[in-house]
Design a protein around this ligand. Structure first.
Ligand code: SF4
Length: 548
């Protein structure tokens, strides 16, 4: 991208950073992004690289920035760090000026009953401010919805996406069509489509019939709701609001039905998710891979240049496949890690082949190895990734140590919050968080975890239709499956090393990880490879001997 401003000059325009020096490698990566002629620039940068400053300086150099992040928390953090950027949140975050007892998501204004205070509406003002600003930050879901349906934030010259490794799942979720049991009942379509697979005889035409029927019936319900709302007045606000929410729901279904009918093909999947506890069952239609047409339409055509940032990315051919991009449109840069690998060694000590057909032999060996590791880390906190609930239960019962702390799917966040309070929380100073679902988003810095145990290679569940369809879609599908597992291993290990001075040891006990590493070393990042010590497992009697 052509720019006449230097990185230092651009940093000088950011009030909280003008007097601070660049961190190691920041200037290099900024110059690389600004010098790249490719449409999509991918930057892999570990925690601590200072990704938000990289994004902001590039934006200042480009003269315009649309910054997309995954959470409201990050949005707030960026706005605090960079007062120059304007943030827009969802409606629920702004009080309604016409009725301060509620927020803008409970707006009752309609076409025939408009709001008198519209010009003062805080949500509308925030959107307009972002449109006029040079730098703006949005939640990714909000942005995709806005550019698709309102189109007001489309056409930006320079866009940065943070935590872009989850870009595919957000986009794929956006184009998928799903119906909960209640909606299917309202539409009278409880049976779903006649055919369950696109490849069966009349499969696609039965899906099309179903989509058209859902569209027609949803449109009928939405029209009826609109009329009811217009004739209601404001005497029963709660009732009116309920109907408006329902109208919003069916409008959303109408939009998704249109996306489905215009884009569905024999590469799409149909899935029935059964009811579970209080969660209602649902049916979903989704693409196996995002097609170039879909990703272009719902993201890439809306900006001239995209810079994708994340600590983890799969190899570029896989990323291109996932995002429906042409590999020739992508430029890639990996920032060297500034962490000392000696502070976070990884021991690959395969004591078992943790696959379903060998599970009976694997579990007792894992239990013995875990007991030995706990002795080595007496008095310290750690995290034990079990990958599955079943293994979690077996390990807790077998290790039988009061140090092990676990959670259910219901109290997961509560247990994590308590665990991360450290000495101020309710768990002992030498507790170990034993979990099948803490591979991402859990920050166990310093004494919160001094060791990590990974007992199973975190392969995705092959019983999932999408996973199996991808695996059998060709060599890239298989590589994607392996890459997802290894990236997850890195994420699991990374929960306990959060800064350049932090120190933690990782133990990988499943032979499947070693096997994968030997077959596909390029799937691991260079920084993770540098951490691997390749010393032998110290317990000869436990070492797994693979058959030759
Ligand atoms: S448009 Fe008016 S009624 Fe609606 S949220 Fe804004 S201020 Fe409130």
């Amino acid at each position: 991208m052509h720019t006449i401003m230097s990185a230092s000059e651009a940093k000088g325009r950011l009030s909280n950073f003008r007097d601070k020096p660049f961190r190691e490698y920041q200037r290099e990566v900024i110059e690389w992004v600004m010098g790249s002629e490719k449409r999509v620039k991918v930057v892999k940068a570990k925690t601590g690289a200072g990704k938000s400053l990289i994004a902001m300086v590039c934006g200042v150099m480009a003269g315009d920035l649309t910054y997309l992040v995954q959470s409201k928390f990050l949005q707030v953090q960026i706005t605090n760090d960079f007062p120059e950027i304007v943030s827009v949140f969802g409606r629920a975050n702004y009080p309604c000026v016409a009725d301060p007892s509620k927020n803008c998501d409970r707006c009752l204004a309609t076409k025939t009953n408009p709001c008198d205070a519209k010009s003062k509406c805080l949500y509308a003002i925030a959107k307009n401010k972002a449109l006029e600003a040079s730098y703006r930050v949005f939640n990714f879901n909000y942005f995709v919805s806005e550019i698709t349906y309102a189109g007001r934030f489309s056409g930006n010259p320079f866009t940065v996406v943070d935590e872009a490794d989850s870009l595919e799942s957000v986009l794929s979720g956006f184009v998928s069509l799903s119906f909960g049991e209640r909606t299917l009942f309202q539409l009278g379509l409880e049976g779903g489509p006649k055919r369950k697979t696109a490849g069966s005889k009349d499969g696609l035409s039965s899906w099309r019939d179903f989509g058209q029927e859902a569209l027609q019936r949803s449109t009928g319900i939405a029209t009826k709701l609109e009329k009811e709302i217009e004739s209601m007045g404001d005497y029963d606000e709660e009732q009116k609001l309920r109907k408006m929410k329902e109208l919003e729901h069916f409008t959303h279904i109408i939009e998704r039905c249109n996306i489905f009918l215009n884009n569905m093909n024999d590469q799409w999947l149909y899935e029935e998710v059964p009811r579970s506890g209080s969660r209602q069952g649902q049916i979903i239609f989704r693409p196996t891979w995002l097609s170039p047409e879909l990703s272009e339409k719902f993201l890439f055509r809306h900006s001239d240049s995209f810079t994708l940032l994340s600590a983890t990315f799969p190899p570029m051919p896989i990323l291109a496949k996932q995002l429906g991009l042409d590999i020739d449109d992508i430029d890639y840069y990996e920032l060297p890690s500034t962490f000392d690998p000696a502070l976070s060694p990884v021991h690959i000590w395969p004591v078992a082949n943790v696959v379903s057909k060998e599970m009976d032999e694997a579990v007792p060996k894992l239990i013995l190895a875990i007991k030995k590791i706990l002795e080595m880390h007496e008095g310290q906190r750690g995290i034990l990734h079990t990958v599955s609930w079943k293994l979690c239960g077996q390990i807790i019962a077998g290790v039988n140590s009061p140090r092990l702390v676990t959670h259910t799917s219901e109290n997961r966040q509560e247990v994590i919050n308590e665990f991360t309070k450290g000495e101020d929380g309710r768990y002992a100073v030498d507790s170990i968080l034993c979990s099948p679902s803490c591979e991402r988003g859990v920050d166990l810095k310093e004494d919160l975890a001094r060791f990590v145990i990974i007992i199973k290679c975190p392969y995705l569940y092959v019983g999932d239709k999408l996973v199996s369809a991808r695996i059998y879609s060709g060599p890239l599908g298989r590589l994607w499956f392996q890459s997802e597992a290894l990236s997850c291993v890195e994420q699991m290990s990374g929960r306990a090393t959060r800064s350049e001075t932090d120190t933690a040891t990782t133990y990988v006990l499943d032979y499947q990880v070693e096997k994968l590493y030997c077959e596909k070393p390029s799937l691991f990042s260079q920084s993770f490879k540098d951490q691997i010590s390749w010393d032998n497992c110290p317990w000869d009697d436990l070492v797994y001997k693979a058959e030759k």
